[in-house]
Design a protein around this ligand. Sequence first.
Ligand code: NAP
Ligand code: GLV
Length: 315
Amino acid sequence: MALLIAATARGQQFAAHAREVAPDLDVRVAPDLGNPAEIDTALVWLPPRGLLASLPNLKLIVSVGAGVDAILADPTLPNVPLTRFVDPDLTGRMAEYITLQVLTHHRRMTEYRMLQTERTWKYIPEAAAHEVRVGIMGLGVLGSASAKALRALGYQVRAWSRSPKQQEGVVSFAGDDQLDAFLAETDILAVILPLTDDTRGLLNRALFRKLSLTGRTPLLPGPVLINAGRGGLQLDSDILAALDAGELYAASLDVFQTEPLPAGSPFWSHPRVVVTPHNAAESAPAAIARYAIRQMRRLNEGQALENVVDRGRGY
Ligand code: NAP
Ligand code: GLV
């Protein structure tokens, strides 16, 4: 019984923490598999295609991330349970990121940063939080925690998900039929959706044009996009065109169609775009290792696994 860790740059860190939590466990880090037949659990982030299929006795795949699109994209993926990472460490970091980016644009920080470089002392009128409508796409574990944090600051919060939700202080919209109504009442769009066949390319110019059509506060110059879900949800060129056309006022992007973001991308130097390197919620290695060991123990003790991915839905 061995745990294989295949997680690019942080593999050795995960392994060190796993050995601390379970000193007797045989922990291996790819590409040093040893005898593949001894591996029953794999903890993975962007595993090379075919790697998991090469483990004949694999019983469980634990995703380092909450999003599993890259794992599901492997056509050779073995048909064993796949669990995704759900943990207060990750959830707290995402709620911080979404709150930070909402505040950044609501409080016009990209403009103040520019004024600072010019040494210009200028007051920009700002809306009150209760006048700003934040629309969250994806009211799952991360969207729900972000909604709670934003409500605590007084924002109006709407959310769009596949199925209707009941969360205190959050107006719920669900399904394709209610998407336009949700967008029409959204000033700041915060996206925390998984990447699936249904959501790929959703963040395009046609969608941006539907934002904030009714009752927008005049103190926000235009709609704002925050994407902390996956780069495949968005069309980078449509975001740039919408910014140029004034259909979007600003954006915070943690994820991109190509990562790392190429040096030549116009996003890097756009005055009202905040770029972060897919680290909205980069969890602590200790939390990830603990989680993987817990799932492994549950498997071996015959207990139900946590946060098992529904392969049919894709998340
Ligand atoms: P989750 O709990 O599974 O929630 C996903 C939400 O998206 C659910 O509310 C779901 O609706 C909704 N959804 C899925 N497909 C939809 C569709 N076609 N139309 C409308 N709503 C849809 O996932 P999570 O843990 O919150 O994570 C969400 C995503 O965040 C991950 O998949 C990952 O891509 C991303 N993420 C990014 C970072 C980062 O650092 N940038 C870190 C962690 C995660 P239902 O509730 O109705 O099913
Ligand atoms: C990070 O992107 C994750 O899916 O956890």
